[in-house]
Design a protein around this ligand. Sequence first.
Ligand code: SF4
Ligand code: SF4
Length: 317
Amino acid sequence: MTPPPARSPEEAKEQILAYARKRGALAVGVASVADIERVAPAGHRPSDVLPRARSVISVGVGGPTAGDWYKPAKILAYNGGSEGAAYRVSYGLAYFIESTFGYRSVFCPPDPDPERGTRVALQSIKLHAELAGIGARSIAGDILLHPEFGFMYYSSTFTEMPLPADDPMPENPCPTASCVELYSRTGQTPCMRYCPVQCLDAVIDVRTRTVRESRYEMYKCAELTQQYEAMPGLLRQLLASAEDDRSRYLDGPQAQDLWYKLSIGEGEMVAQCFECMRVCPIARRAPQADPLLRGAKKRAGTVEPPELGHSRPGLRG
Ligand code: SF4
Ligand code: SF4
């Protein structure tokens, strides 16, 4: 049913947030384009995509299920995600705003910059979510975390409609008390300790529980996760093949598909191994981190977070 026309920007915003929640967003917020453009570099600003954009609506949808965290790293890197659900909400929002309020709107997925390769995003979906107040940067390579929903997938909608902006989260949930406790004993938080290539580091003020400095060596992370990707495998086959057999790898039907994916960054060219999130107390144990916890909370009004590795309500083992 089409909602009645909004009488004020606040009322319009409420209708937009309600639409996003109804379509499956766990968290949704608004960032002003002016604020984003104070931080985002030229070429990566919302107005580079939609020249008269005024507002960015950021949505977060639920991350892995309880079972996903038990998959081997290679499997989790590829099919642990639910990012498609975030894209559906954002695409629906663009349509909803255009049809309800008459302002031009576009859906913005986290696609890479076609001129700068697959590791450089065209738009920082993280920045949008951070300024919209639905995620905060963690020590684990800046992955956004939410104190209630843990690890989410994000997507954005740009609109020419002026909407009241939200504020960033007042406090960063990372690092948690247990992470600081481990850090004070060992010099490492769980994500730092269990990263297979040790590409995370941070200096934490134990007294105030704040991060003074953090380091993420993205190319080490990428090097590890590239072993799961199709492109290096194809290039290996190509290099090992006889010269007169090479055009099969370079021009054959399988290669065409891969070159296309490479040029647009599809096919998990930005994979992560997820080990940092597998051990993260927020990603695993935030009060509504997995769908069973959310369902239990909805039914009972409240639910206690289970211990890491313990069974969830309704799950065996
Ligand atoms: S995704 Fe894997 S390699 Fe990258 S930071 Fe996390 S644990 Fe380390
Ligand atoms: S394990 Fe999670 S909460 Fe702890 S420091 Fe790492 S990202 Fe932050």
